[in-house]
Design a protein around this ligand. Structure first.
Ligand SMILES: [Zn+2]
Length: 287
């Protein structure tokens, strides 16, 4: 089970456990919430296992009751919250709070994991926030997300954040041209409606192209925010010009793109959707 822990994982473990002061809320930004889960379990074990001889490099004491209960997903004070497919609901957070109201019977820390935290909706986000705002000594929150920018800033500010994403920005030149063309509109705050016809013919050709294009734009922004200077982006003028745009603005673009692309996946009329998208991007600029 330890085999797939690499240097990056160990350095995270190091940072979490240094000074014996475990943060109340930890957020992992990852490519795939399912794939990271065994690593998260190791962290949970490190927090809960009481084996005096355990050390950070072997992680799993491999013999105590606590560790085996965690392995069997049977540890009573460990709650994993997942979405119903679409959302994580407020009632799930309310139930959790109820459950964690009582002290641990095992006289140990209590841990909840929020899987795919980007699926928190407005009301469940607010419930979680209330929980995080009044941290209890013995309760630890672990959040997993594929995109931290989809969470409330107020939630992020209460978490210690670890990014485990692989930012390999693989993109062919033709797509890169389109991505950069669109980003240029954002940077220069040009009105998208002025060039509507051109954009429709060349950039937003159809639903699939658009969805792919916008997720590439989002990736491009994320590379920038995480200081990734990949081969493809190193010499890009636009990429190097992004420092003229405020970070908050870039984050806002990512948020708009993520939520609009989701809408696009439902069976909406593409042209109506596109108008709405433009309005969001422009409205935001001129607000
Ligand atoms: Zn143990």
């Amino acid at each position: 089970m330890n085999n797939h822990l690499d240097k990056k994982h160990y350095s995270i473990i190091d940072r979490i456990f240094k000074n014996d002061c475990i943060p109340h809320a930890i957020l992992f930004e990852v490519d795939d919430c399912e794939k990271i889960f065994s690593f998260i379990k190791q962290i949970v074990k490190l927090i809960l296992c009481k084996d005096k001889n355990k050390n950070l490099s072997t992680i799993d004491c491999g013999k105590c009751n606590i560790c085996s209960l965690i392995d069997l997903n049977n540890y009573p004070d460990l709650v994993v919250i997942k979405s119903d497919g679409n959302w994580i609901k407020k009632s799930q957070l309310v139930d959790l709070k109820e459950e964690f109201n009582n002290k641990s019977l095992l006289d140990n820390k209590m841990i909840y994991i929020i899987n795919e935290a980007e699926k928190l909706n407005v009301s469940s986000s607010n419930s979680l926030l209330k929980f995080l705002e009044e941290p209890e000594e013995d309760i630890i929150a672990i959040l997993l997300t594929t995109n931290r920018y989809l969470l409330l800033d107020t939630i992020l500010s209460r978490c210690q954040i670890f990014c485990l994403k692989d930012f390999d920005y693989e993109i062919d030149n033709e797509s890169l041209d389109r991505v950069e063309c669109l980003i240029e509109y954002f940077i220069k705050q040009k009105n998208l409606f002025v060039d509507y016809k051109y954009l429709l013919d060349n950039i937003f050709v159809d639903k699939n192209t658009t969805s792919k294009l916008l997720s590439d734009v989002s990736k491009y922004f994320l590379c920038y925010l995480n200081n990734i200077n990949s081969e493809a982006l190193k010499d890009s003028k636009i990429y190097n010009n992004l420092n003229k745009v405020k970070i908050d603005q870039i984050i806002l673009y990512i948020k708009i793109i993520e939520s609009e692309v989701q809408k696009l996946e439902y069976n909406v009329n593409f042209k109506i959707w596109l108008d709405g998208f433009f309005v969001k991007i422009i409205g935001d600029v001129y607000d």
